[in-house]
Design a protein around this ligand. Sequence first.
Ligand SMILES: *Cc1c(COP(=O)(O)O)cnc(C)c1O
Length: 310
Amino acid sequence: MSFIEQHIDNQLIVLPELDGFEISLYMKREDQIHAFISGNKYRKLKYNILKAKKENHNTLLTFGGAFSNHISAVAFVGKEFGFNTIGIIRGDELKKDLKSVFQQNSTLKMAHKNGMQFEFVSRSDYRLKNTSEFINKLKKKYDNFYLIPEGGTNDLAIKGCEEILKPKDEIFDIICVAIGTGGTISGIINSIHAHQKVIGFPALKGDFLTKEIKKYTKQNKNWSLINDYHFGGFAKVDKKLVNFINNFKREVNIPLDSIYTGKMMYGLIDMIKKEGFKKGIKILAIHTGGLQGISGMNERLKHKKLPIIQ
Ligand SMILES: *Cc1c(COP(=O)(O)O)cnc(C)c1O
């Protein structure tokens, strides 16, 4: 895949509230790879797309929730690289009134615009998505497709995420990253140097993550998960988090999403303020993207009469 990666840089984060802590904090702007194929979703798709092309597939099929960054990325990748795309979407209530769904949900609207065909399935059916029975049914219905798992995580995705860190990032002591399925952190763990440590911030309550990460990584030292900043679970958001995201953007001019990168940065800055790091330490936080999800999240926040993401 040919996207411009040269302009992805590490941006210094200077926040008044971190004055005096004597740490240096940078953010790797993977969100700038593409507006809709952003951050880790680009990394995770790259080698899968190359393989699908090599095997002469013309259709990509994948799974996701209605606001999924992965669904958004697959739809755009399909358009850019000439694949039909099929999205198996969680929630069969959505198919009743697609027009109003598109009005409120820019993820699905844009995916549709980019040619993605949807199949909406009930939450209980969606849970069966990895069974051979479910997949065989899809194969009968849609014929020959290249299957990409939910969230895009498979061996080739990990290989793509091993390219996030660059040789010049060797100067950092700590790498921080948000976690959903654990694919991205696995690639990062596989690519660090012996003196570096990775800290993962799960975006959900997930005891399964440690096992999942062990499955994809070659070493079991030098990484840890901080489970204190999921804000109650996946896509759960409160006023404190939204205010943090808006303040962060005002101070350093970097937009964060509320599902992954907002929670990670909230957690990291809280840990710094609680003196969780040695003086002089150099920290690199990965901006994994996900900004396409902000407008859908804002619809939900308005509904709940909470402040919105600016
Ligand atoms: C999907 C996603 C993640 C989680 O990545 P995993 O590889 O599933 O752990 C993190 N940040 C953003 C912005 C994402 O879209």
